[in-house]
Write a protein that binds this ligand. Structure first.
Ligand code: FAD
Ligand code: UDP
Length: 375
């Protein structure tokens, strides 16, 4: 065989695995369906700004090994995600914290805020009368109460999932962290940032000196490609590998409307969520704030924004978020039974495992898979 590994897909899973295998002396070939590497972390430079073409990506983790691995390859900046919610023109800080409670009710101390939330939750808890919440609406009302649910959760969640909150499963928001401190950092992780110069720098360095064939769909050339390597790491959609023979796994997807604006600073923040049902998009991303901080924002007279419209996935669109409901989970198990019978194929990553992996867990999973291979 010409190669030890044929790696299908050059997203973070494929690129990290290829890097580890290559550095252990293995011969790797990466095939990528798209015209570029990087999968969904790919960036495109527009007006001198790194635009996250497939949606905003913020690396965050508690895993020191992953953080050091990434930073050893491409150093990360100090970006801290602190999204703002816009509900009917009024702004609220996220995640729900003392700033939010002050904006919502004018309360100024943690004790006042706790009392207010208890008061807000009490009606929902009384209605539940000891039973488990049957849907997302009941769950959210019991956790945070009416005002936060109605202004900051209901519209956003309904737009994101395309379903009413009382038809969505409660498990989507089992946890809705409430912080009784003035802290707008969206993540609790110890490490957070974005590779300086964008994600392409990370991916290019991971794939340095490794043969990559772009615009090559593995499934279209499977017979020929299968003869080239001892083992395959497949990171494409699981159902596609089996030619959808048991049916399609469902996804949610996002449509992006990206514009260049002749202003240095459009919204003053990277992420503004629009939590009102009547605004058709879920959020606006202003990409320069991921990489320029403070006065440097004004160095570039232009800015780039993307409006995000969440929608149901249909064949031909990019599959983004697995829909982990009962129907899709049952279908997944059937496909996994087929996958277990495939010899010398490892199914890994967001699409092949039909699992919502963030970037750090994707890298961690690639590391685990590689140590298993090496053992
Ligand atoms: P992908 O990036 O999807 O890569 C799979 C690759 O395989 C693609 O390049 C695809 O073209 C290729 N491929 C598929 N089929 C074939 C085939 N038949 N032949 C050849 N190639 C094929 N994570 C975070 O940590 N922070 C965030 O802020 C964040 N935001 C996100 C926002 C959005 C909108 C989305 C969708 C995801 C977000 N993520 C975020 C998750 C992150 O994108 C994933 O963790 C990561 O991209 C997973 O990498 P992957 O390699 O498994 O999948
Ligand atoms: N959410 C919300 N209002 C917001 C942001 C998030 O109600 O302004 C809820 C919504 O149900 C969403 C979930 O929190 O599905 C997770 O959202 P987050 O943005 O944290 O995760 P992502 O969509 O990036 O996976």
């Amino acid at each position: 065989m010409q190669y030890d590994y044929l790696i299908v897909g050059s997203g973070l899973m494929g690129a990290t695995f290829a890097y580890l295998a290559h550095h252990a002396g293995k011969r790797c070939l990466v095939v990528e369906r798209r015209a570029h590497t990087g999968g969904n972390v790919h960036c495109q430079e527009v007006a001198g700004i790194q635009v996250h073409q497939y949606g905003a990506h913020i690396l965050h983790t508690n895993n020191r090994e992953v953080w050091q691995f990434v930073n050893g390859i491409a150093e990360c900046n100090r970006y801290t995600n602190s999204p703002v919610a816009n509900y009917q023109g009024k702004l609220y800080n996220l995640p729900f914290n003392m700033n939010t409670f002050y904006q919502m009710w004018g309360v100024t101390t943690p004790l006042q805020a706790r009392r207010k939330i208890e008061e807000q939750r009490s009606e929902a808890i009384r209605k539940l009368d000891g039973r488990e919440p049957a849907n997302l609406e009941e769950q959210a009302l019991a956790l945070v109460g009416k005002d936060i649910f109605e202004r900051l959760i209901k519209g956003y969640t309904e737009k994101q999932w395309g379903r009413s909150c009382n038809e969505l499963p409660a498990f989507i928001i089992r946890r809705l962290p409430l912080r009784f401190v003035f802290d707008n950092n969206y993540f609790n992780d110890s490490y957070q940032g974005i590779p300086i110069g964008g994600y392409n720098r990370l991916i290019d360095r991971l794939l340095q000196d490794i043969e990559v064939r772009l615009k090559t769909d593995f499934l279209e050339h499977k017979q020929e490609l299968d003869t080239l390597a001892d083992k395959v790491l497949y990171t494409g959609p699981l159902d596609a590998y089996f030619d959808y023979r048991l049916g399609h796994l469902q996804y949610r997807t996002v449509r992006f409307e990206t514009e260049v604006l002749e202003t240095p600073n459009y919204q003053g923040n990277a992420v503004v969520n629009y939590t009102d049902r009547d605004v058709p998009y879920t959020r606006i991303i202003e990409h320069k704030h991921f990489e320029q901080f403070g006065p440097a924002v004004y160095d570039n007279p232009q800015t780039v924004i993307s409006k995000e419209y969440s929608m149901e996935w249909m064949p031909g669109m990019e599959p983004y978020y697995p829909v982990n409901d009962e129907k899709n989970s049952a279908l997944l198990r059937e496909y996994q039974t087929l996958a277990a019978k495939e010899e010398n194929v490892i199914f890994a990553g967001r699409l092949a495992e039909y699992k919502y992996y963030d970037m750090a867990p994707t890298i961690e999973r690639a590391m685990q898979l590689w140590s298993k291979e090496e053992a």
